[in-house]
Design a protein around this ligand. Structure first.
Ligand code: MLT
Ligand code: ZN
Length: 470
Protein backbone atom coordinates (compact mmCIF):
# COMPACT_ATOMS: atom_id res chain seq x y z
CA UNK A 1 0.00 0.00 0.00
CA UNK A 2 1.28 3.49 -0.87
CA UNK A 3 2.24 5.66 2.14
CA UNK A 4 -0.02 8.48 3.33
CA UNK A 5 1.24 12.07 3.70
CA UNK A 6 2.91 11.30 7.02
CA UNK A 7 4.63 8.24 5.54
CA UNK A 8 5.87 10.26 2.54
CA UNK A 9 7.17 13.02 4.83
CA UNK A 10 8.94 10.43 7.01
CA UNK A 11 10.53 8.77 3.94
CA UNK A 12 11.77 12.12 2.61
CA UNK A 13 13.12 13.07 6.01
CA UNK A 14 14.98 9.75 6.23
CA UNK A 15 16.49 10.35 2.76
CA UNK A 16 17.51 13.90 3.72
CA UNK A 17 19.02 12.68 7.00
CA UNK A 18 21.01 9.96 5.24
CA UNK A 19 22.26 11.96 2.24
CA UNK A 20 21.91 15.65 3.10
CA UNK A 21 18.98 17.97 2.45
CA UNK A 22 20.30 19.10 -0.95
CA UNK A 23 19.66 15.61 -2.34
CA UNK A 24 15.96 16.54 -2.68
CA UNK A 25 14.12 19.16 -4.72
CA UNK A 26 10.59 20.00 -3.65
CA UNK A 27 9.84 23.37 -5.21
CA UNK A 28 6.74 23.48 -7.48
CA UNK A 29 8.76 24.24 -10.64
CA UNK A 30 11.01 21.21 -10.21
CA UNK A 31 8.07 18.95 -9.39
CA UNK A 32 6.29 20.09 -12.57
CA UNK A 33 9.42 19.77 -14.72
CA UNK A 34 10.69 16.40 -13.48
CA UNK A 35 7.25 14.82 -13.30
CA UNK A 36 6.62 14.54 -17.06
CA UNK A 37 8.25 13.38 -20.27
CA UNK A 38 7.64 14.59 -23.83
CA UNK A 39 4.27 12.90 -24.19
CA UNK A 40 1.30 15.14 -23.52
CA UNK A 41 -1.77 15.01 -21.29
CA UNK A 42 -0.21 14.38 -17.86
CA UNK A 43 -0.54 16.32 -14.62
CA UNK A 44 2.83 16.03 -12.86
CA UNK A 45 2.50 15.37 -9.14
CA UNK A 46 5.61 13.78 -7.60
CA UNK A 47 6.28 14.24 -3.89
CA UNK A 48 9.93 15.21 -4.48
CA UNK A 49 12.88 14.78 -6.83
CA UNK A 50 15.97 12.97 -5.51
CA UNK A 51 19.27 13.64 -7.31
CA UNK A 52 21.84 11.12 -6.07
CA UNK A 53 25.56 11.36 -6.86
CA UNK A 54 26.54 7.67 -6.80
CA UNK A 55 25.26 4.11 -6.99
CA UNK A 56 25.60 3.91 -3.20
CA UNK A 57 23.29 6.92 -2.82
CA UNK A 58 20.79 5.38 -5.23
CA UNK A 59 20.88 2.24 -3.11
CA UNK A 60 20.21 4.24 0.07
CA UNK A 61 17.25 6.02 -1.57
CA UNK A 62 15.71 2.79 -2.90
CA UNK A 63 16.19 1.04 0.46
CA UNK A 64 14.41 3.89 2.30
CA UNK A 65 11.69 4.06 -0.37
CA UNK A 66 11.14 0.33 0.06
CA UNK A 67 10.91 0.63 3.82
CA UNK A 68 8.14 3.23 3.45
CA UNK A 69 6.61 1.63 0.30
CA UNK A 70 7.22 4.91 -1.55
CA UNK A 71 7.00 4.55 -5.34
CA UNK A 72 10.14 5.55 -7.29
CA UNK A 73 10.15 6.84 -10.88
CA UNK A 74 13.64 6.61 -12.44
CA UNK A 75 14.27 9.67 -14.55
CA UNK A 76 16.77 10.38 -17.33
CA UNK A 77 16.47 13.16 -19.93
CA UNK A 78 12.66 12.66 -19.99
CA UNK A 79 12.60 12.72 -23.78
CA UNK A 80 10.35 9.64 -23.91
CA UNK A 81 7.09 9.71 -25.82
CA UNK A 82 4.96 7.18 -23.94
CA UNK A 83 4.71 8.43 -20.35
CA UNK A 84 7.37 6.04 -19.01
CA UNK A 85 8.95 8.75 -16.80
CA UNK A 86 5.71 10.40 -15.68
CA UNK A 87 5.09 10.84 -11.94
CA UNK A 88 1.46 11.80 -11.31
CA UNK A 89 0.60 10.12 -8.01
CA UNK A 90 3.00 11.35 -5.32
CA UNK A 91 5.96 9.21 -6.42
CA UNK A 92 9.59 10.10 -5.75
CA UNK A 93 11.36 11.00 -9.00
CA UNK A 94 14.90 9.63 -8.97
CA UNK A 95 16.89 11.73 -11.40
CA UNK A 96 20.27 10.43 -12.58
CA UNK A 97 21.36 13.84 -13.91
CA UNK A 98 24.15 14.33 -11.36
CA UNK A 99 25.62 10.93 -12.27
CA UNK A 100 27.10 11.90 -15.62
CA UNK A 101 30.79 11.02 -15.35
CA UNK A 102 33.08 8.86 -17.42
CA UNK A 103 34.25 6.20 -14.97
CA UNK A 104 36.80 4.30 -17.06
CA UNK A 105 38.01 3.70 -20.58
CA UNK A 106 39.51 0.52 -21.99
CA UNK A 107 41.41 1.32 -25.20
CA UNK A 108 42.31 -2.32 -25.87
CA UNK A 109 38.61 -3.22 -26.01
CA UNK A 110 37.41 0.15 -27.29
CA UNK A 111 34.89 0.45 -24.45
CA UNK A 112 33.93 2.94 -21.77
CA UNK A 113 32.12 2.71 -18.47
CA UNK A 114 29.92 5.71 -17.75
CA UNK A 115 27.35 6.78 -15.22
CA UNK A 116 23.74 6.49 -16.33
CA UNK A 117 23.08 10.23 -16.41
CA UNK A 118 25.59 10.94 -19.19
CA UNK A 119 23.86 12.77 -22.06
CA UNK A 120 23.82 10.61 -25.21
CA UNK A 121 25.46 13.32 -27.34
CA UNK A 122 28.30 13.57 -24.77
CA UNK A 123 28.89 9.84 -25.10
CA UNK A 124 28.97 10.25 -28.88
CA UNK A 125 31.45 13.14 -28.54
CA UNK A 126 33.58 11.25 -26.05
CA UNK A 127 33.78 8.31 -28.48
CA UNK A 128 34.65 10.50 -31.42
CA UNK A 129 37.40 12.31 -29.46
CA UNK A 130 39.12 8.89 -29.28
CA UNK A 131 38.55 8.24 -33.00
CA UNK A 132 35.73 5.82 -32.09
CA UNK A 133 32.01 5.82 -32.74
CA UNK A 134 28.82 5.41 -30.69
CA UNK A 135 26.23 4.59 -33.36
CA UNK A 136 22.92 5.04 -31.55
CA UNK A 137 21.52 8.40 -32.64
CA UNK A 138 18.20 10.23 -32.76
CA UNK A 139 16.82 13.77 -32.71
CA UNK A 140 16.73 13.98 -28.90
CA UNK A 141 20.31 12.75 -28.30
CA UNK A 142 21.29 16.24 -27.08
CA UNK A 143 19.12 15.86 -23.99
CA UNK A 144 18.44 12.14 -23.54
CA UNK A 145 20.67 10.18 -21.16
CA UNK A 146 22.36 6.85 -21.73
CA UNK A 147 20.58 5.28 -18.71
CA UNK A 148 17.20 6.21 -20.17
CA UNK A 149 18.31 4.96 -23.58
CA UNK A 150 19.16 1.61 -22.00
CA UNK A 151 15.99 1.44 -19.91
CA UNK A 152 13.97 1.96 -23.09
CA UNK A 153 16.36 0.15 -25.46
CA UNK A 154 16.39 3.24 -27.67
CA UNK A 155 16.62 2.76 -31.43
CA UNK A 156 16.88 5.79 -33.70
CA UNK A 157 18.15 6.22 -37.22
CA UNK A 158 20.95 3.67 -37.62
CA UNK A 159 19.34 0.50 -36.28
CA UNK A 160 19.37 -1.08 -39.74
CA UNK A 161 23.19 -1.09 -39.60
CA UNK A 162 24.14 -1.23 -35.91
CA UNK A 163 21.11 -2.48 -33.96
CA UNK A 164 19.41 -0.88 -30.98
CA UNK A 165 21.02 0.30 -27.73
CA UNK A 166 21.04 -3.31 -26.48
CA UNK A 167 23.66 -4.23 -29.10
CA UNK A 168 26.21 -1.81 -27.59
CA UNK A 169 25.88 -2.63 -23.88
CA UNK A 170 28.37 -5.08 -22.38
CA UNK A 171 27.81 -4.35 -18.69
CA UNK A 172 25.36 -2.71 -16.32
CA UNK A 173 25.23 -1.77 -12.69
CA UNK A 174 21.67 -1.60 -11.41
CA UNK A 175 19.94 -1.08 -8.09
CA UNK A 176 16.91 -3.35 -8.17
CA UNK A 177 13.61 -2.83 -6.34
CA UNK A 178 14.91 -4.84 -3.37
CA UNK A 179 17.69 -2.29 -2.96
CA UNK A 180 20.34 -4.79 -4.13
CA UNK A 181 23.22 -3.60 -6.31
CA UNK A 182 23.70 -6.00 -9.24
CA UNK A 183 26.80 -5.89 -11.45
CA UNK A 184 25.63 -7.48 -14.66
CA UNK A 185 28.18 -8.95 -17.06
CA UNK A 186 30.96 -6.50 -16.09
CA UNK A 187 31.94 -5.71 -19.70
CA UNK A 188 32.74 -9.32 -20.54
CA UNK A 189 32.62 -10.43 -24.16
CA UNK A 190 32.03 -14.03 -23.19
CA UNK A 191 30.15 -15.03 -20.07
CA UNK A 192 28.22 -18.23 -20.39
CA UNK A 193 26.86 -18.65 -16.91
CA UNK A 194 23.13 -18.91 -17.47
CA UNK A 195 20.52 -16.25 -18.21
CA UNK A 196 22.03 -12.82 -18.73
CA UNK A 197 20.15 -10.40 -16.44
CA UNK A 198 21.75 -7.46 -18.23
CA UNK A 199 19.29 -8.08 -21.07
CA UNK A 200 16.34 -8.16 -18.67
CA UNK A 201 17.12 -4.66 -17.48
CA UNK A 202 17.67 -3.32 -21.02
CA UNK A 203 14.22 -2.17 -22.15
CA UNK A 204 12.64 -2.80 -18.72
CA UNK A 205 11.43 0.84 -18.45
CA UNK A 206 12.45 1.18 -14.81
CA UNK A 207 9.96 -1.39 -13.49
CA UNK A 208 12.65 -3.75 -12.16
CA UNK A 209 15.19 -1.25 -10.85
CA UNK A 210 17.38 1.74 -11.66
CA UNK A 211 20.32 1.56 -14.05
CA UNK A 212 23.22 3.51 -12.51
CA UNK A 213 26.26 2.63 -14.68
CA UNK A 214 26.86 1.11 -18.10
CA UNK A 215 29.78 -0.33 -19.99
CA UNK A 216 29.42 0.54 -23.65
CA UNK A 217 31.14 -1.14 -26.57
CA UNK A 218 32.24 1.51 -29.05
CA UNK A 219 33.00 0.96 -32.74
CA UNK A 220 35.83 2.08 -35.02
CA UNK A 221 35.15 5.43 -36.67
CA UNK A 222 32.81 4.85 -39.61
CA UNK A 223 33.88 5.21 -43.23
CA UNK A 224 32.68 8.22 -45.23
CA UNK A 225 29.01 8.25 -46.06
CA UNK A 226 26.68 9.94 -48.55
CA UNK A 227 23.07 10.98 -48.17
CA UNK A 228 20.46 10.87 -50.93
CA UNK A 229 16.81 11.90 -50.88
CA UNK A 230 14.29 10.35 -53.31
CA UNK A 231 10.77 11.46 -54.19
CA UNK A 232 8.32 8.70 -55.01
CA UNK A 233 4.76 8.32 -56.25
CA UNK A 234 3.78 5.45 -53.93
CA UNK A 235 4.77 3.61 -50.77
CA UNK A 236 5.51 0.38 -52.66
CA UNK A 237 8.34 2.11 -54.52
CA UNK A 238 10.16 2.83 -51.25
CA UNK A 239 10.23 -0.86 -50.42
CA UNK A 240 11.49 -1.73 -53.91
CA UNK A 241 14.32 0.77 -53.46
CA UNK A 242 15.18 -0.68 -50.07
CA UNK A 243 15.35 -4.21 -51.52
CA UNK A 244 17.62 -3.08 -54.34
CA UNK A 245 19.97 -1.16 -52.03
CA UNK A 246 20.10 -3.94 -49.44
CA UNK A 247 21.62 -6.27 -52.01
CA UNK A 248 24.31 -3.94 -53.26
CA UNK A 249 25.53 -1.37 -50.71
CA UNK A 250 26.11 -0.95 -46.99
CA UNK A 251 23.07 1.01 -45.74
CA UNK A 252 23.60 3.18 -42.63
CA UNK A 253 20.03 4.45 -42.54
CA UNK A 254 16.89 4.18 -44.64
CA UNK A 255 14.05 6.50 -43.62
CA UNK A 256 10.83 7.68 -45.21
CA UNK A 257 8.24 10.43 -44.78
CA UNK A 258 5.01 11.57 -46.38
CA UNK A 259 4.57 14.88 -48.21
CA UNK A 260 2.53 16.56 -45.47
CA UNK A 261 5.41 15.87 -43.04
CA UNK A 262 7.84 17.69 -45.35
CA UNK A 263 5.42 20.55 -45.94
CA UNK A 264 5.03 21.15 -42.21
CA UNK A 265 8.78 20.93 -41.55
CA UNK A 266 9.53 23.44 -44.33
CA UNK A 267 6.82 25.78 -43.07
CA UNK A 268 8.50 25.74 -39.66
CA UNK A 269 12.18 25.76 -40.64
CA UNK A 270 11.88 27.83 -43.80
CA UNK A 271 13.92 27.05 -46.90
CA UNK A 272 13.09 25.57 -50.29
CA UNK A 273 11.88 22.04 -50.93
CA UNK A 274 14.81 19.89 -52.11
CA UNK A 275 12.63 18.14 -54.72
CA UNK A 276 9.33 18.78 -56.47
CA UNK A 277 6.33 17.70 -54.40
CA UNK A 278 5.58 13.97 -54.29
CA UNK A 279 3.46 11.72 -52.05
CA UNK A 280 6.51 10.14 -50.38
CA UNK A 281 10.23 10.68 -49.81
CA UNK A 282 12.93 8.18 -48.86
CA UNK A 283 16.23 9.18 -47.28
CA UNK A 284 19.20 6.88 -47.75
CA UNK A 285 22.54 7.17 -45.95
CA UNK A 286 25.08 4.74 -47.35
CA UNK A 287 28.70 3.96 -46.74
CA UNK A 288 30.84 5.32 -49.54
CA UNK A 289 34.35 3.87 -49.42
CA UNK A 290 34.94 4.06 -53.13
CA UNK A 291 33.39 5.47 -56.29
CA UNK A 292 31.82 2.11 -57.07
CA UNK A 293 29.47 2.48 -54.07
CA UNK A 294 28.08 5.71 -55.46
CA UNK A 295 27.82 4.29 -59.00
CA UNK A 296 25.78 1.35 -57.73
CA UNK A 297 23.37 3.72 -55.97
CA UNK A 298 22.99 5.86 -59.09
CA UNK A 299 22.43 2.78 -61.24
CA UNK A 300 19.62 1.61 -58.96
CA UNK A 301 18.12 5.10 -59.03
CA UNK A 302 18.19 5.17 -62.88
CA UNK A 303 16.43 1.80 -63.04
CA UNK A 304 13.78 2.87 -60.53
CA UNK A 305 13.27 6.10 -62.48
CA UNK A 306 12.81 4.19 -65.74
CA UNK A 307 10.33 1.83 -64.04
CA UNK A 308 8.32 4.80 -62.73
CA UNK A 309 8.95 3.83 -59.09
CA UNK A 310 10.85 7.05 -58.36
CA UNK A 311 10.17 10.61 -59.52
CA UNK A 312 13.48 12.27 -58.73
CA UNK A 313 16.42 12.35 -56.30
CA UNK A 314 19.11 14.61 -54.89
CA UNK A 315 22.53 13.38 -53.73
CA UNK A 316 24.08 15.63 -51.07
CA UNK A 317 27.35 17.04 -52.36
CA UNK A 318 28.75 18.16 -49.00
CA UNK A 319 28.43 17.44 -45.29
CA UNK A 320 26.30 20.52 -44.79
CA UNK A 321 23.92 19.43 -47.57
CA UNK A 322 23.74 15.98 -46.02
CA UNK A 323 22.92 17.52 -42.63
CA UNK A 324 20.24 19.70 -44.26
CA UNK A 325 18.57 16.62 -45.79
CA UNK A 326 18.72 14.80 -42.45
CA UNK A 327 17.20 17.84 -40.72
CA UNK A 328 14.08 17.47 -42.86
CA UNK A 329 13.55 13.99 -41.46
CA UNK A 330 14.73 14.60 -37.89
CA UNK A 331 12.60 17.72 -37.40
CA UNK A 332 9.31 15.96 -38.07
CA UNK A 333 8.57 14.91 -34.51
CA UNK A 334 9.09 18.35 -32.98
CA UNK A 335 7.26 20.02 -35.85
CA UNK A 336 4.17 17.90 -35.23
CA UNK A 337 4.08 18.36 -31.46
CA UNK A 338 1.82 21.49 -31.46
CA UNK A 339 -0.91 19.27 -32.97
CA UNK A 340 -0.73 16.99 -29.89
CA UNK A 341 -0.68 13.98 -32.21
CA UNK A 342 -1.77 10.48 -31.41
CA UNK A 343 1.59 8.80 -31.91
CA UNK A 344 2.46 5.29 -32.99
CA UNK A 345 5.78 3.53 -33.41
CA UNK A 346 4.73 0.16 -34.71
CA UNK A 347 6.69 -2.50 -36.55
CA UNK A 348 6.25 -5.50 -38.79
CA UNK A 349 8.85 -7.45 -40.70
CA UNK A 350 9.90 -5.53 -43.79
CA UNK A 351 8.72 -8.37 -46.05
CA UNK A 352 5.16 -7.91 -44.73
CA UNK A 353 5.19 -4.13 -44.72
CA UNK A 354 3.38 -3.47 -47.99
CA UNK A 355 0.37 -5.66 -47.18
CA UNK A 356 0.28 -4.28 -43.65
CA UNK A 357 0.29 -0.64 -44.73
CA UNK A 358 -2.53 -1.20 -47.17
CA UNK A 359 -4.75 -2.76 -44.52
CA UNK A 360 -3.70 -0.34 -41.76
CA UNK A 361 -4.47 2.65 -44.02
CA UNK A 362 -8.01 1.35 -44.62
CA UNK A 363 -8.63 0.73 -40.90
CA UNK A 364 -7.42 4.20 -39.96
CA UNK A 365 -9.59 5.82 -42.64
CA UNK A 366 -12.56 4.00 -41.20
CA UNK A 367 -11.88 5.06 -37.60
CA UNK A 368 -10.37 8.50 -38.17
CA UNK A 369 -11.57 9.54 -41.65
CA UNK A 370 -11.24 13.32 -41.99
CA UNK A 371 -8.34 13.57 -39.53
CA UNK A 372 -4.90 14.30 -40.95
CA UNK A 373 -2.43 11.42 -40.77
CA UNK A 374 1.33 11.82 -41.12
CA UNK A 375 3.50 8.81 -41.97
CA UNK A 376 7.25 8.61 -41.44
CA UNK A 377 9.78 6.33 -39.86
CA UNK A 378 12.68 3.98 -40.04
CA UNK A 379 11.50 1.88 -42.93
CA UNK A 380 14.69 -0.13 -43.13
CA UNK A 381 13.88 -1.43 -39.63
CA UNK A 382 10.22 -2.14 -40.44
CA UNK A 383 9.37 0.69 -38.01
CA UNK A 384 6.60 3.09 -38.97
CA UNK A 385 5.63 6.23 -37.09
CA UNK A 386 1.99 6.94 -37.75
CA UNK A 387 0.82 10.24 -36.26
CA UNK A 388 -2.80 11.39 -36.32
CA UNK A 389 -3.13 15.13 -35.79
CA UNK A 390 -5.76 16.70 -33.56
CA UNK A 391 -7.61 19.52 -35.32
CA UNK A 392 -7.63 22.63 -33.12
CA UNK A 393 -11.44 22.71 -32.92
CA UNK A 394 -11.93 19.01 -32.06
CA UNK A 395 -12.66 18.25 -28.42
CA UNK A 396 -9.66 16.36 -26.91
CA UNK A 397 -11.82 13.58 -25.48
CA UNK A 398 -13.57 13.00 -28.83
CA UNK A 399 -10.17 12.94 -30.52
CA UNK A 400 -8.94 10.42 -27.96
CA UNK A 401 -12.02 8.25 -28.48
CA UNK A 402 -11.56 8.10 -32.24
CA UNK A 403 -7.86 7.39 -31.92
CA UNK A 404 -8.58 4.61 -29.42
CA UNK A 405 -10.82 2.92 -32.01
CA UNK A 406 -8.02 3.21 -34.58
CA UNK A 407 -5.50 2.05 -31.95
CA UNK A 408 -7.35 -1.18 -31.22
CA UNK A 409 -7.89 -1.87 -34.91
CA UNK A 410 -4.20 -1.31 -35.75
CA UNK A 411 -3.08 -3.38 -32.73
CA UNK A 412 -5.35 -6.22 -33.88
CA UNK A 413 -3.78 -6.02 -37.34
CA UNK A 414 -0.29 -6.05 -35.81
CA UNK A 415 -1.25 -9.21 -33.95
CA UNK A 416 -2.37 -10.79 -37.24
CA UNK A 417 0.90 -9.74 -38.91
CA UNK A 418 3.15 -10.84 -36.02
CA UNK A 419 4.30 -7.25 -35.51
CA UNK A 420 4.85 -5.08 -32.44
CA UNK A 421 2.80 -2.27 -30.87
CA UNK A 422 6.05 -0.50 -30.02
CA UNK A 423 9.18 -0.71 -32.12
CA UNK A 424 11.20 1.91 -30.28
CA UNK A 425 9.39 4.29 -27.93
CA UNK A 426 8.39 1.62 -25.42
CA UNK A 427 5.14 0.96 -23.56
CA UNK A 428 5.10 3.33 -20.56
CA UNK A 429 1.58 4.44 -19.67
CA UNK A 430 0.35 5.11 -23.17
CA UNK A 431 0.71 1.67 -24.72
CA UNK A 432 0.21 -0.66 -21.76
CA UNK A 433 -3.38 -1.50 -22.74
CA UNK A 434 -2.12 -2.56 -26.18
CA UNK A 435 0.70 -4.78 -24.92
CA UNK A 436 -1.51 -7.88 -24.94
CA UNK A 437 -1.95 -7.64 -28.70
CA UNK A 438 1.66 -8.44 -29.49
CA UNK A 439 2.93 -10.14 -26.28
CA UNK A 440 1.07 -13.30 -25.26
CA UNK A 441 -0.75 -13.75 -21.94
CA UNK A 442 1.94 -16.27 -20.95
CA UNK A 443 4.67 -13.70 -21.64
CA UNK A 444 2.88 -10.97 -19.67
CA UNK A 445 2.40 -13.27 -16.72
CA UNK A 446 6.12 -14.17 -16.81
CA UNK A 447 6.88 -10.44 -16.85
CA UNK A 448 4.75 -9.98 -13.72
CA UNK A 449 6.70 -12.84 -12.14
CA UNK A 450 10.01 -11.13 -12.97
CA UNK A 451 8.78 -7.90 -11.45
CA UNK A 452 7.84 -9.72 -8.26
CA UNK A 453 11.38 -11.16 -8.05
CA UNK A 454 13.33 -7.93 -8.59
CA UNK A 455 10.76 -5.56 -7.07
CA UNK A 456 8.76 -7.55 -4.49
CA UNK A 457 7.02 -4.48 -3.05
CA UNK A 458 6.12 -3.02 -6.42
CA UNK A 459 7.82 0.34 -5.78
CA UNK A 460 9.68 0.65 -9.08
CA UNK A 461 7.86 2.77 -11.66
CA UNK A 462 4.43 1.34 -10.78
CA UNK A 463 1.73 1.45 -13.43
CA UNK A 464 4.21 1.50 -16.32
CA UNK A 465 4.72 -1.21 -18.93
CA UNK A 466 2.44 -3.85 -17.35
CA UNK A 467 -1.29 -3.55 -18.00
CA UNK A 468 -3.43 -3.40 -14.83
CA UNK A 469 -4.36 -6.91 -13.63
CA UNK A 470 -7.85 -8.34 -14.04
C1 MLT B 1 11.46 9.76 -34.73
O1 MLT B 1 11.74 8.78 -35.39
O2 MLT B 1 11.42 10.90 -35.23
C2 MLT B 1 11.24 9.59 -33.27
O3 MLT B 1 11.06 8.27 -32.92
C3 MLT B 1 10.22 10.49 -32.68
C4 MLT B 1 8.82 10.36 -33.19
O4 MLT B 1 8.40 9.32 -33.63
O5 MLT B 1 8.07 11.32 -33.15
ZN1 ZN C 1 11.69 6.94 -34.44
Amino acid sequence: MAPDRTGIAAALEAIGDALGADILLQDPDSLARYGVDRSSGWQASPCAVARPRSTAEVQTIVAIARRYRLAVVPSGGRTGLCGGAVAQSGELVLSLERMNRLLSMDASERSVTVEAGMITANLQALASAQGWFYPVDFASSGSSQIGGNIATNAGGIRVIRYGMTRSQITGLVVVDGRGEVLELNRGLKKNNTGPDFRHLFIGSEGVLGVITEATVQLLPAPAASRVMLFSLPAFGGILKLLRAFSDSIEINAFEFFSHNALEKVLARLGGAAPLAAAPFYALLEFESRQEADESRVLEIFEKALAAGDVYDAVLAGSDSQARALWRLRESISETLSPWKPWKNDISVRVSRMEAFIEKAGALIDEACGGLETVWYGHLGDGNIHLNILKPEELDPSLFKERCAVAGSAVAGLLQEFGGSVSAEHGIGLIKRDYLRYTRSAAEISALRGLKAVFDPDGIMNPGKLLPPEG
